[in-house]
Design a protein around this ligand. Structure first.
Ligand SMILES: Nc1nc2c(ncn2[C@@H]2O[C@H](COP(=O)(O)OP(=O)(O)O)[C@@H](O)[C@H]2O)c(=O)[nH]1
Ligand SMILES: [Mg+2]
Ligand SMILES: [Zn+2]
Length: 297
């Protein structure tokens, strides 16, 4: 490997290094500078100097996009780069946190990334989910019902995710890792490589990239389960942009800069009263709006 210089994709990043897929092999690379920060999905050039035995990341290609979340202190924290589609996973159990679904969808909308909903564990009775699912469907969020346990719907999902890089997100326990396993027959082998860094330490906290069966350009990224997610935003109005029906009805508000909270002549609140906007989605909007107001102060 000495003297090698090649390009690759970051499968996972950890403390001071990254695991890089290059051709058929995965290489542990150190980061070159203190400032360098690589993210799962980054395309990089890595080198293995002839003098010593370590490999390192030389440069990072400009990112097509970067999905980020707000950490506990309100700072942006990277999740994954160069993503084509955000797949938000819910399951019959645990009971879905629809506010979390809204915020993931918001994150995709703010970054112009396509989004789909995956409902897992459809081997269990899913009646309780149907009215929320119908609402998302009416808003244009495509939905795939699967059961990774029985394989139901997995072939169709595999087709739908072909030739793109999909980031799987959602509460822990909904079955994200099980879906990855169902879509990639060698996921266990790929995971084994990923779970230890060069010093043999476990690396489980960041997103991981897997090749999919459905084509050379197909990949799926398993993000760690989270309790909460919110996309970073530089302006409070980002909350409105990330709820498509609120943005749509908001065009008819009396004031251009209506926040849809207390203002007179608010078309959004009128639509909530007549349930043309689902009250739960409106509540979700208000929560995100409040968060952005707090962060702006
Ligand atoms: N009934 C049922 N259970 C499932 C299904 N898929 C996953 N599970 C179970 O759900 C639990 C959480 O799965 P896991 O993949 O670890 O979820 P993650 O935290 O989102 O990665 C495990 O006990 C799985 O066996 C499914 O399709 N049906
Ligand atoms: Mg998991
Ligand atoms: Zn309004």
């Amino acid at each position: 490997m000495k003297g090698t210089r090649a390009s690759g994709i970051v499968l996972a990043s950890y403390g001071r290094g990254a695991l890089v897929q290059s051709g058929q092999t995965a290489v542990h690379c150190a980061l070159a500078g203190r400032k360098q920060r690589v993210v799962c999905g980054d395309r990089v050039v890595w080198v293995c100097a002839p003098a010593d035995d370590g490999c390192s990341v030389e440069s990072i290609e400009p990112r097509r996009n970067l999905l980020e979340r707000i950490d506990a202190r309100g700072r942006a924290e990277p999740v994954a780069a160069n993503i084509d589609c955000l797949a938000i996973v819910v399951a019959v159990a645990p009971v879905p946190d629809w506010f979390l679904v809204d915020r993931y969808w918001a994150g995709a909308l703010l970054k112009d990334i396509a989004a789909v909903l995956i409902v897992n564990k459809c081997d269990l009775a899913s009646d309780a989910l149907q009215s929320e699912l119908a609402n998302y469907g009416a808003l244009g969020l495509a939905c795939h019902e699967v059961a990774s346990l029985t394989g139901a719907g997995i072939a169709e999902l595999n087709q739908a995710l072909a030739d793109q890089v999909t980031l799987l997100v959602g509460q822990s326990g909904v079955g994200k890792s099980s879906i990855v396993n169902a879509l990639t027959p060698d996921a266990a082998a790929q995971t084994a490589e990923l779970t230890r860094d060069a010093e043999g330490r476990h690396t489980t906290t960041t997103a991981r990239w897997y090749r999919l069966r459905s084509g050379a350009n197909s990949a799926i990224v398993d993000a760690p389960g989270v309790r909460d997610f919110a996309p970073p935003a530089s302006i409070v109005r980002a909350a409105e942009r990330s709820f498509i029906e609120i943005h749509r009805f908001g065009l008819d508000c009396r004031f251009n800069d209506c926040h849809h909270l207390q203002e007179p002549g608010c078309a959004v609140r009128a639509a909530v009263s007549s349930e043309r906007i689902a009250p739960r989605r409106y509540e979700s909007y208000r929560r995100l709006h409040r968060l952005y107001e707090r962060l702006a102060r």
